[in-house]
Ligand binder design. Structure first.
Ligand SMILES: [Zn+2]
Length: 403
């Protein structure tokens, strides 16, 4: 045995052996004193209180007016197997409910991504956008109920034109495309994100200058087994239907590749890639794609938990791509079951604290137990000019509005 082997092999063994002896001695002593044995604890019951004493900021209002590019005020009244099948909208709350939080938190405007299409869209626009000018903007969605019609590519492109006339400010694509929509709408083979039947729709958006807010894939842990190695075990255990592990689901990488082929094929269409480019666990990947596709921007919705656990990397990223990051939360009215996106004052305070302070080790969601994984986050304290771009300037440019 040479000196190196001793240091890294036998040496470690010797130290470990000493540790075993020490702990055995300790347990004898504990038993003698009548100290109870360690008892098992159900992980769902575990709510550790941090003993760390560090500075805590309270950011009641954003430093500059905010455009929240990613909210959900309405939804389809009917859906099946993850595919929305009705134009008609159900509303999750009233404009007045929204406005009271908006005024308290310095939110200039909310973008309701799930505005539907047809009569449902026109109704949402008149109830929100027209009733409260400059405070609400509504996006349209594809009408998958007509997907089997041989004329669907044209029907869908025409629907975008109609939606634009009806006041839609962009198009929203839910992860339905790639993960739920099938050849027979709710059954059969999964339809790929770059299916050519959608080409006229992407082109219609380019022609009308309507940005496309696209959500594909999901957190990468949703594509791995729900077991003790899964960092989002509790979340997936509570919502097993969120898992895309197994079955005929494509991998996260395949979904991103299909999405990238769409970006490459439609360079004049502006894509807001939701949830931080759909890969906030790998900012290197997001960075490579932003470099490749000038028609791509990202929003930070429901990913403050991911960004805030890699504060050094995030800070550099926000600095480098300061013109291409949009403020978004995924806020859903009365979405209490999903604290990381519930529309309330506390949710916004967390996002502001992340962007405007260098506070350490705080909760990324207003919840007793971190809902997306058991960790906490750190603020990245961006300079004023970058905060302003993220809060409103970058979104205003895409929405063609002035703040
Ligand atoms: Zn969303």
């Amino acid at each position: 045995m040479n000196r190196r082997q001793w240091l890294f092999g036998a040496g470690v063994g010797a130290v470990a052996g000493m540790a075993v002896q020490a702990s055995t001695a300790h347990s004898f002593a504990a038993e003698a004193k009548g100290v109870p044995k360690a008892k098992p604890l159900d992980i769902s019951q575990y709510e550790p209180k941090s003993m760390l004493q560090v500075h805590e900021s309270y950011v009641a209002q954003a430093k500059y007016p905010v455009i929240d590019i990613h909210t959900h005020i309405s939804g389809s009244v009917r859906s099946s197997n993850g595919v929305e099948l009705a134009a008609e909208r159900e509303y999750l709350g009233t404009p007045e409910e929204c406005l009271s939080v908006m005024d308290r938190k310095n939110i200039r405007a909310m973008v309701n991504l799930t505005g539907g299409y047809g009569k449902g869209l026109a109704d949402a626009v008149s109830k929100y956008d027209r009733a409260h000018p400059d405070r609400f903007f509504t996006f349209t969605e594809p009408s998958y109920e007509f997907f089997k019609d041989p004329n669907y590519p044209k029907i869908q492109a025409d629907a975008i034109e109609q939606a634009h006339k009806d006041g839609a400010r962009g198009l929203k694509i839910l992860k339905t495309l790639g993960l739920y929509l099938r050849e027979n709408i709710t059954s059969g083979k999964l339809v790929k994100i770059d299916d050519p039947r959608f080409d006229p729709m992407w082109e219609a958006c380019a022609a009308l200058n309507m940005p496309v807010a696209i959500h594909i894939s999901d957190p990468v842990a949703f594509f791995t087994p729900i077991d003790r190695f899964n960092e989002r075990f509790e979340e997936l255990n509570n919502h097993p239907d969120w898992s895309f592990y197994g079955g005929d689901f494509p991998s996260n990488a395949e979904l991103i590749e299909a999405r990238n082929r769409v970006f490459a094929r439609h360079p004049k269409t502006q894509f807001i890639t939701l949830h931080f480019g759909n890969f906030s666990e790998n900012l290197q990947n997001v960075s490579e794609n932003l470099n490749r596709f000038p028609n791509m921007t990202v929003d930070m919705a429901a990913r403050v938990g991911e960004l805030g656990r890699q504060p050094y990397t995030s800070k550099k990223f926000f600095d480098k791509y300061q013109d291409r990051i949009l403020f978004g939360t995924d806020a859903t009215l009365h979405g209490d079951a999903f604290p990381q996106q519930v529309f309330n004052d506390k949710l916004y305070e967390i996002y502001y604290r992340f962007l405007e302070t260098e506070d350490e080790y705080f909760d990324y969601a207003p919840a007793k137990i971190p809902p997306q994984g058991r960790w906490r986050i750190y603020g990245i304290n961006m300079p004023d000019q970058i905060v302003r771009k993220v809060y409103n300037e970058n979104a205003a440019r895409l929405l063609h509005i002035t703040v």
